[in-house]
Design a protein around this ligand. Structure first.
Ligand SMILES: [Mg+2]
Length: 299
């Protein structure tokens, strides 16, 4: 595998090897947690620290242009969504006259500024909701139906988004799975239950996304990972974007912890003050979901 430390070296290579597969990864300042990647990657790859991270390897692509997952056999099989591979000649079409990667000119880019193989049409805004402390009361590792207590003002908020045709997605860290307190099946069953309660009220959640992984001495081994899905990493949100055509820049992420402000530009982050310290929160803080609904509806 060849690694290019400078973009112009990669460009020179691409010109002379148009059919080679190149791999591009985004750096931390551009929403991608490079350190996490480096610490977890299993395999023969190095990446650069500039926005134009380019390396080249002996990769296989699947029919949609993603790197096949077996090349990324680490953590929860997510990396292929952050790293795109394409033929060198395609890479060259993203470069402007000065040799910079010009994403504004590139067709079919995703929210990470990377080329997307699939069509991305009719995108709608999304309302991304944390679960505990936003949809239901956070009484600590909730996993039993009898412990589910909906926030009253989450119902009109979801209905508001439903009426506007937005997608509503729940993004939740579920460390209790890693700690062996309950299984992922119980998380899924609980989400079905919450779904039913909300539907009875005429409020529809389009997608449920949970991260069971935590790197911790308390975690059982099969869940003891740094996951790109664990908030504040953006993986759960990106999962939703893989399932639905979402206009991220017109979307909102609402949570009650500083970790609900994800390491990703795009959505507007809004926090509700519950029992957590928000002293260094990088987002506006509201006292209720009703107040947030009022704020969003006036925009
Ligand atoms: Mg919460």
């Amino acid at each position: 595998m060849s690694i290019f430390s400078k973009l112009n070296e990669a460009v020179t290579f691409a010109h002379s090897h148009p059919e080679e597969v190149m791999v591009w990864a985004e750096d931390k300042d551009q929403n991608y947690d490079l350190e996490l990647f480096k610490n977890n990657f299993v395999g023969d790859v190095s990446i650069l620290l500039t926005a134009a991270d380019v390396c080249m390897g002996d990769w296989e692509l699947n029919s949609s242009g993603h790197i096949v997952e077996k090349d990324f056999s680490m953590i929860d099989g997510y990396w292929n969504k952050f790293i795109y591979a394409f033929k060198a000649k395609t890479f060259l079409t993203l470069l402007d006259e000065e040799g910079h990667i010009n994403f504004s000119q590139a067709p079919h880019l995703d929210i990470r500024g990377l080329p997307v193989p699939r069509k991305f049409e009719n995108a709608v805004p999304a309302l991304f909701l944390d679960r505990d402390g936003i949809i239901i009361h956070d009484t600590g590792y909730v996993h039993k139906k009898e412990d589910v207590h909906l926030y009253e003002d989450v119902i009109p908020l979801i209905q508001f988004a439903n009426r506007k045709g937005w997608k509503v997605c729940c993004l939740t860290n579920q460390a209790g799975v890693a700690y062996g307190k309950f299984g992922i099946e119980e998380v899924d069953a609980l989400h079905q239950h919450i779904d039913e309660l909300l539907r009875k009220e005429g409020a529809l959640i389009d997608g449920w996304y949970a991260c069971p992984y935590v790197r911790s001495s308390k975690s059982i081994s099969s869940f003891n990972f740094d996951s790109i899905r664990r908030k504040p990493n953006p993986g759960l949100l990106l999962d939703a974007c893989d399932h639905f055509s979402i206009d991220v820049k017109k979307s909102y992420m609402i949570g009650d912890k500083e970790s609900d402000v994800l390491g990703m530009k795009g959505p507007e982050y809004l926090l509700v003050r519950r029992q957590y310290d928000l002293a260094s929160a990088q987002a506006p803080i509201f006292s209720s979901l009703a107040e947030i609904q009022d704020y969003i509806s006036k925009k």
